[in-house]
Design a protein around this ligand. Structure first.
Ligand code: NDP
Length: 452
């Protein structure tokens, strides 16, 4: 069969929509990758013949299950949990667990699909997965979170394992939830293995894992700027979110001489024109990540800062942007404001924070744009190093891991450059580079296996 006889891009997207009704996030994620892959495989017969993209865009399996737990009033509550195992062509499934009321099968399928490319980009042998539940840990007591996490693991344990699938944290799942789930896995199986990453240091966790995603997103920005003959130092930085990724991005920006001036949460954002320094950052970490407070209260503690209820920070002028909260938080209009206000580069700490229209605006403006699958891969890369330490029963030092993280992010950057060059220009299309570089390794492994 000639290449021209195979399914074309439009037909592929049509089929994707038909097969996945009511799953807009998943369709969006696959569509954004598919355009670049179709161009890349245009003259590569075997990728068409073996339907490689069609197969990556169909999860290996989606497990959905009931999670019952008892709240502090002794009322029985019922939630829905999932594990989406997208692809294990290059290594065991790996990806976070999200506890948030907005979790749906579509969101987890999109995240597992993205994770497949992200994990491939790290250069480590890791397949792609994602899981979670429509459970809101906010406002719950520690005991309620413990009972829920244990109940969740009571089903999940059948589907995971150190050589099968190794989950980690994500939104709503931090060290506390990982601890409860790991304890339950150990109780059920009577095995002490590295089945989860993001563990506490006392029971197999790794130094630098907590910081890795935020630090990595800033390292990626540093690599992009250096490649273009520029630097982070002295730049005003617009950051969204105020959780793990956002606060560690701010921490690394301060170390590199950047000036972060915004943070946000799901209710609004703060703008501090004097800059968010180490002392203010320590307040945010304590207030947001340990006490589950609101970012709005920042302005009561620090003079000169303003709070903007119900808004996102993209109207604030700055050269560098770091969306670190959640998906689809930068729309076309936001992207236009960023570009008009002098933003030269965007590094996605969150997963798919930029919607399709916004991505188009950045592309047209030739803004340096690092997609989440490349920019936020530092977290999963460090998780890969946690797995290596668990398997060899070693603990590496902070300095060793910081250096490895920097090297891994440089490696990811360079892989994107390899495939992201734009003809007749110095510009690098990092989104395209990441899609293709992530695809190539998984695709080659799948070709080696034949049809399985
Ligand atoms: P956290 O739960 O620590 O923080 C999430 C932040 O995003 C909070 O400030 C939260 O505000 C805000 N937020 C959540 N939902 C919305 C919304 N709908 N609109 C606006 N703000 C919102 O999560 P992380 O920092 O760990 O994760 C942030 C992003 O980074 C996610 O996209 C995640 O998938 C991605 N990521 C995380 C990795 C990690 O290692 N942690 C690895 C790779 C990617 P509020 O407090 O009001 O809820």
């Amino acid at each position: 069969m000639a290449v021209s006889d195979h399914v074309g891009f439009d037909q592929f997207i049509e089929g994707l929509k038909k097969r996945n009704p009511g799953q807009p996030e998943f369709v969006q994620a696959v569509s954004e990758v598919a355009r670049d892959i179709f161009d890349f495989i245009a003259d590569k017969e075997e990728y068409h013949e073996y339907q490689i993209l069609r197969r990556i865009a169909e999860p290996d399996r989606v497990v959905s299950f009931r999670v019952c737990w008892e709240d502090d009033n002794q009322d029985i509550r019922v939630q829905r949990g999932w594990r989406v195992q997208n692809n294990n062509a290059i290594g065991p499934y790996k990806g976070g667990i999200r506890f948030h009321p907005s979790v749906t099968e579509s969101v987890l399928k999109f995240l597992a699909f993205e994770q497949t490319f992200k994990n491939s980009l790290t250069g480590l042998p890791l397949g792609g997965a994602k899981g979670g539940a429509n459970f809101n840990p906010k406002g719950k007591s520690d005991h309620e979170v413990m009972r829920f996490s244990q109940s969740f693991m009571t089903e999940l344990y059948r589907h995971v394992g150190e050589d099968v699938d190794i989950p980690a944290g994500d939104i709503g799942v931090g060290a506390r939830e990982i601890g409860y789930m790991f304890g339950e896995y150990k109780r059920i199986t009577n095995k002490f293995t590295g089945v989860l990453t993001g563990k506490g240091l006392e029971y197999g966790g790794s130094l630098v894992r907590t910081e890795a995603t935020g630090y990595g997103a800033v390292y990626f920005m540093q690599n992009m700027l250096e490649h273009a003959g520029n630097a982070v130092e002295g730049k005003t930085c617009i950051v969204s979110g105020s959780g793990n990724v956002a606060t560690h991005a701010v921490e690394k920006l301060l170390q590199l001489g950047g000036k972060p001036v915004t943070l946000s949460d799901s209710q609004g954002f703060i703008h501090d024109p004097d800059g968010i320094d180490e002392e203010k950052l320590a307040w945010v970490k304590e207030h947001k990540t340990r006490r589950y407070g609101r970012i709005a209260e920042y302005v009561d503690s620090f003079n000169g800062a303003t709070y903007h209820e119900g808004e996102r920070p993209w109207s604030v002028p700055g050269e560098l942007a770091f969306p670190c909260a959640t998906q689809n938080e930068i729309c076309g209009e936001d992207a236009r404001m960023l570009v008009d206000n002098g933003c030269i580069a965007v590094s996605e700490g969150a997963n798919m924070p930029t919607d399709r229209d916004a991505a188009h605006v950045f592309k047209e403006a030739q803004t340096l744009f690092a997609p989440g699958k490349a920019a936020n891969a530092g977290g999963v890369a460090l998780s890969g190093l946690e797995m290596s330490q668990n398997a060899t029963r070693q603990s590496w030092t902070d300095d060793q891991l910081q250096e490895l993280l920097r090297d891994l992010m440089k490696g990811i950057h360079d892989r994107c450059v390899e495939y992201g060059g734009v003809k007749g220009s110095e510009h690098i299309d990092y989104a395209r580079g990441a899609n293709i570089a992530g695809f190539v390794k998984v695709g080659k492994a799948m070709l080696a296996y034949g049809v399985v």
